[in-house]
Design a protein around this ligand. Sequence first.
Ligand code: HEM
Length: 117
Amino acid sequence: METLRSIVVLVHLIGFAALFGAWLVEAVSGRREITKLMNWGLAIALVAGLALAAPWGLGDGDLNHMKVGIKLIVVVIVGALLGIGAAKQKRTGSVPAGLFWSVGILTAANAGLAVIW
Ligand code: HEM
């Protein structure tokens, strides 16, 4: 069970890496678009995170519910921003700067919550 949990944590981190990495590429290149990889990364991090947090599943017994709850809310907000951003991008050809930066900052904040709290 411990090995399985470690594998799911790894998948969770790969999801985070995909989301944040895809965002960094856009930020550094100056394109600032919402890309498919961001959605995939978010979905992977969300599914693996839920598996880690499920009371009947891979939880390690002393889960910080407040922390996980806040992480879940942040993920939902990032998902909404990605959806709104992608729609604006389709319509106008660009993503509002505040929306784009919020995606990266909130994703980094979630990783910060996970490791610092
Ligand atoms: C973009 C969103 C997310 C990011 C960037 C993120 C980041 C991380 C990181 C870096 C870790 C490793 C922490 C460590 O091992 O010390 C972790 C662990 C974990 N995450 Fe996430 N996470 C995200 C979303 C979620 C969601 C939505 C949930 C659950 C609803 C969740 C639940 C967990 C759990 C249960 C762990 C195991 C370690 C612990 O108990 O703190 N995560 N996350």
